[in-house]
Write a protein that binds this ligand. Sequence first.
Ligand code: PCA
Length: 216
Amino acid sequence: MSTTDDMQTGCGGVLITAFEPFGGDETNPTELILSGLPDTLCGRCLHKKVLPVEFFRGAQIAIDEMRRLSPEVVILLGQAGGRSAVTPERVAINVMDAYIPDNAGFMPTDEVILPDGEAAYFSTLPIKDIVAAVRERGLPSAVSNSAGTYVCNSLMYRILHECSLMPEPPLAGFIHVPFSEEQVRSNPKRAAVPCMSLDAMIEAITVAIRVPIVKF
Ligand code: PCA
């Protein structure tokens, strides 16, 4: 194991994930948000990982990272085009029901994620405190009561299932963000669709990450 690996293994901190582009878009704002975040925040390392938009491989990579790093906090980011605010998710459900194929071509209908898993797992992030902190900055935020039934919900569900098996799990959950301004401007069909600037989303996510760290 190299020195860098030593430093990055089991050192706690925050694991923060984003997704690659999907559904015909050339960018995913979450990937760009990750690049705009610092490497440390409130004295904690931010371990950043971009995941493929694939039901199985995406969650497996995130679970492997969580096992390797033993973070104190896990924040999973995804894009929810059409939303007008930064939305911490309350709950993930044991369902895969895709409206488009994932990036590996898999398109499940009404399937369970884990046959032996609970019907649902709740976020263990302080979602209301995150919303309050982001709003205090003058940025739009609201709790979401559905992470959908596509890849983001599956990732949140599988991470929280994994946490449910751990003696000392990290605080973990998912935050969806709107389209970026650029995604809306570059597509005339999205003329009336809400969006946020990348800078505003980076600021909102920075604020959101601080909330569970300060609570720890
Ligand atoms: N959003 C999708 C998958 C990847 C992403 O960024 C979702 O909400 O499921």
